[in-house]
Design a protein around this ligand. Structure first.
Ligand code: ADP
Ligand code: MG
Length: 391
C-alpha cells in the first residue's frame, strides 16, 4: 500500500515525529442509481480498493494542521476557530483543506463536543483515488479524516454518523451540494459486496455482488474530462428535480412511480418531465438490479446498466461524447453491460466484463478514443472493498 507509506512520510516530514497511527477510507464506484440520492431514492455503490490514507497524531497547542501530497503547503487553524470559519468564512481556506477541516468542524458538532474539549491534531493525507473521475476522492478524504479524528478525539461516532459528518463538510464547509451516497459507501463498504442505500431512511443493506464467482470484473474507463460539482449543470438538475416533485405534490421524486409518469408528462414541460423520468425509472432499475443479482446473478444485470446509461444520456442529459464512446465501444467489444457513473459531465464510465475479456474491451475503448480524436482514457479494474478503518 503506497498511499499508507506516503502518508507516513509526509507526516514525518511535517512534524519530525511518528504518527499515532494511520487510517484510510476508500473511493467508491456507483454500480447503478445516479442522481437518485438527493431525490430520497435508491443507490447501489461499492467501495473500491483505491484509498485515501491519513497519518495523524494529537498535538497539545489546540491547532489542527492538514497536509496533503496534493499540495505543497500545509494549512493550519485553531480548533477553537473552526466554528467561526465554517460556513461563513470558508472562502478564506484553500479548497482542498476545507474537506478535512470541515470534517473536524462537523465531527465535533455531531459528537456534541466543544472545541475546548479536544486537543489539536496533525493530519497528513496521501491518496491513490483519482480526483474528479467520479470515484469520490472527496468522500475518501472525508472518511479518512473522520476515522482518524473519531479515534484521536475519542468522539465515538458510528459509521453512519461519520458519513453524515462527511456530507455536512462537503455541503457546508466546501460548498458542494452533494447527496450522502459517496460517504455511506466509503464508510460502510464491504469486500465483495455493494451497499444498497435508501437515501430517505438512510437504511443501508449489504448486497452480495458475486462478481468473482461469476468470473466478472468491473472496468473503469476514466475519460479524463473534468467535472465540477460546485458549478452549473449539477445545480440545474437538482432544481429540475425539486420543481418536478413540487408539481407532482410530493416531498421528493422518490414518491413518484413509473405508473405516475403519464400524469407527470401532462403536468410539466418536456425538459422537467425528462429529468423526472430519469429519476423515477432509475430508482426502479436499482430495485430491479438487486432482484436480478439475487435471482440470476451479476451476469444478468447488463441490460439494466445499459438502460441507465441511455436514460442519463437522453433524459437527464449529463453525458458527454467521451462517455458515450466508452460505453458503446465496451458493449461492442463484448462487455456484459456498461454505463457512465458519477455525477456526469465528464468523469468515468464502467463496464461489467468477463475476466478474460478485460484486455480486449480496454483495447477496443482505447482504439475508439483514438479514432474519435479524444485524449487516451485511463482504464483499470476495481474490486468491492472494505470501508473506512484504522490501517
Ligand atoms: P471526486 O469525484 O473525486 O470526489 P470532487 O470534486 O467531489 O471529485 O472532489 C475532489 C476534491 O477533493 C479535490 O479537488 C480536492 O479539493 C479534494 N481532495 C480529494 N482527495 C484529496 C487529497 N488526497 N488531498 C487533498 N485534497 C483532496
Ligand atoms: Mg466528490
Amino acid at each position: 500500500m503506497t498511499g499508507h507509506a506516503d502518508a507516513r512520510s509526509l507526516f514525518e516530514g511535517l512534524t519530525g515525529a511518528q504518527p499515532a497511527g494511520t487510517w484510510s477510507a476508500p473511493g467508491r464506484v456507483n454500480l447503478i442509481g445516479e442522481h437518485t440520492d438527493y431525490n430520497d431514492g435508491f443507490v447501489l455503490p461499492f467501495a473500491i480498493q483505491h484509498r485515501t490514507h491519513v497519518a495523524a497524531a494529537l498535538r497539545e497547542d489546540g491547532i489542527i494542521r492538514v497536509a496533503s501530497t496534493f499540495d505543497a503547503a500545509a494549512v493550519e487553524v485553531a480548533v477553537a476557530d473552526l466554528d467561526t470559519i465554517f460556513p461563513e468564512r470558508r472562502d478564506e481556506i484553500v479548497e482542498w483543506a476545507r474537506y478535512p477541516l470541515g470534517v473536524a468542524w462537523a465531527a465535533l458538532a455531531a459528537a456534541g463536543r466543544d472545541a475546548a474539549s479536544v486537543p489539536g491534531a496533525d493530519l497528513a493525507f496521501a491518496s491513490d483515488v483519482p480526483v474528479g473521475a467520479g470515484l469520490s476522492s472527496s468522500a475518501a478524504i472525508e472518511g479518512a479524516a473522520a476515522a482518524a479524528l473519531d479515534e484521536l478525539w475519542d468522539l465515538d461516532l458510528d459509521a453512519v454518523t461519520r458519513a453524515r459528518v462527511g456530507r455536512t463538510a462537503e455541503n457546508e464547509a466546501v460548498g458542494a451540494p452533494t447527496g450522502i451516497m459517496d460517504q455511506m459507501a466509503s464508510n460502510l463498504g464491504r469486500a465483495d459486496a455493494a451497499i444498497f442505500l435508501d437515501c430517505r431512511s438512510l437504511e443501508a443493506q449489504v448486497v452480495d455482488l458475486g462478481f468473482a464467482a461469476a468470473g466478472l470484473e468491473l472496468l473503469v474507463m476514466d475519460t479524463g474530462v473534468k467535472h465540477s460539482h460546485s458549478t452549473g449543470g449539477y445545480r440545474e438538475r437538482r432544481e429540475a428535480c425539486e420543481r418536478g416533485a413540487a408539481i407532482m405534490g410530493v416531498p421528493a421524486l422518490r414518491d413518484v412511480t413509473v405508473a405516475d409518469l403519464p400524469r407527470a408528462q401532462e403536468l410539466m414541460d418536456d425538459v422537467t418531465f425528462r429529468r423526472v423520468r430519469h429519476i423515477v425509472t432509475e430508482n426502479q432499475r436499482v430495485l430491479d438490479t438487486i432482484a436480478v443479482l439475487h435471482d440470476q446473478g451479476p451476469g444478468a444485470i447488463g441490460g439494466l446498466l445499459v438502460a441507465s446509461h441511455v436514460s442519463m444520456r437522453d433524459d437527464f442529459e449529463i453525458s458527454v461524447p467521451e462517455l458515450d464512446t466508452a460505453v458503446e465501444a465496451a458493449l461492442a467489444a463484448g462487455a456484459v453491460g456498461a454505463r457512465m457513473t458519477g455525477g456526469g459531465f465528464g468523469g468515468a464510465a464502467i463496464a461489467l466484463v468477463a475476466h478474460d475479456r478485460v484486455d480486449h474491451v480496454a483495447d477496443a475503448v482505447a482504439a475508439a478514443f483514438a479514432a474519435a480524436g479524444f485524449a487516451p482514457p485511463t482504464q483499470f479494474t476495481v474490486h468491492p472493498s472494505d470501508g473506512a478503518r484504522r490501517d
